[in-house]
Design a protein around this ligand. Sequence first.
Ligand SMILES: *[C@@H]1O[C@H](CO)[C@@H](O)[C@H](O)[C@H]1NC(C)=O
Ligand SMILES: *[C@@H]1O[C@H](CO)[C@@H](O)[C@H](O)[C@H]1NC(C)=O
Ligand SMILES: *[C@@H]1O[C@H](CO)[C@@H](O)[C@H](O)[C@H]1NC(C)=O
Length: 396
Amino acid sequence: MLSARAWALVVAAFSMLATASSASSAASITNENTPTTNKKPPVKVFLLAGQSNMQGHGYMLVQDDKGSYRNGTLEWMVATDPTKYGKLKDSNGNWTVRDDVWIAYNRQNIGNVRVEMNQFGPLTPGYGGDPGQQGQQMGPELGFGWTVADGLVEQQEQQQILLVKIAWGGRSLAGDYRPPSSGGDTGIYYQTMIANTYKTLAHLDQYFPDYDGRYELAGFAWHQGWNDGCDVNMTAEYEFNLANLIRDVRKDLDAPNLPVSIGVSGMDGWRHNPRRDGIIHAQFAVAKYPEFKGTVESVETRDFLRPPLPESPGKQSYHWNNNCETYWLIGKAMGEAMLGLLPKKKKSTVATSSSDKDNGALALKEEKDASRQNYIRKGASKQNIQSSMDRAKATQ
Ligand SMILES: *[C@@H]1O[C@H](CO)[C@@H](O)[C@H](O)[C@H]1NC(C)=O
Ligand SMILES: *[C@@H]1O[C@H](CO)[C@@H](O)[C@H](O)[C@H]1NC(C)=O
Ligand SMILES: *[C@@H]1O[C@H](CO)[C@@H](O)[C@H](O)[C@H]1NC(C)=O
């Protein structure tokens, strides 16, 4: 049960009226256009992306034939372990609505690549699943949002977080999300993800009336890999594609050291299967690249698998048996990794000057790589992103 306030903000089939932002204005990491006397820091924006398991298919409310909530539903979690999960309900017994975390979710069917957000509001359970399933299903966004927000509260009193969740079911990294640097045709879902991120950031005041005009792109969370793990060639290419995805998302969102948290594709648990193991191996391997040191982390998820019905609310093995506890734990683990990657709030003078030096070195290194990168981007990314932006305009 969503609260009235959440429902009021949930608008299905939302379509934007304003024109798409230009890439250059939206690309600024901190938007300082609106003068403000508010002491809150800029809204920290986290992009959450992937396939159906980032959408999330945890069944929150499914009951057995006696009318009891099934094991592994969110209702069951709150009833069974109130110490841990009681916080998810308020004193009226409604789902808790966080006032310091906002979320915007594309909630689209496979094949719908319109640049649009179909559900947004303050974070509460129910931001998972496909169209028609809002309020019924959840994904990693819930545990991620709570974990990151609670972690930041410990560091500073006032804050606002925005989760931009963009995911479609059944999408591969090798094809659908193919990053420009992998060569070949850039995936239409990659392009739409970037375009939708820009567009959402350019219209935050329409989604969130309290928005004061300042945001900061803070992190990228990725939970994807089932589809690639169904194909031996896509599995073999996954490490290459994932490293390119990170590089390209950072480049295209103008956020060179954007922290990246990856929840590995552990839907088969600890059973061994060369393709599933191959995807997980690739996900851990990329996080160990020297260029990603301290900015990319992959987290274990295989322990979070629960047995199917009746120990879970469903039996879709590729959707973690639809278990809400599993989705909560994945989001929590990804959130904890993200917290560890975020720059610490207070820096000493020494730390600041040394990080300036690091940035200088990084800029030089990037200059060296530039000829290759520019070549790739001339052919793929920039034009494709422009065409995504044009498509965004055309669909308004
Ligand atoms: C909470 O639940 C009660 C009863 O179910 C309902 O009347 C009320 O409107 C809800 N409160 C909010 C803030 O949504
Ligand atoms: C994988 O790639 C090889 C070599 O290009 C090709 O022969 C084979 O058909 C591909 N397998 C699949 C399942 O696509
Ligand atoms: C379901 O959860 C209850 C605790 O709420 C537990 O006692 C029971 O064994 C579980 N049933 C199954 C089939 O896992």
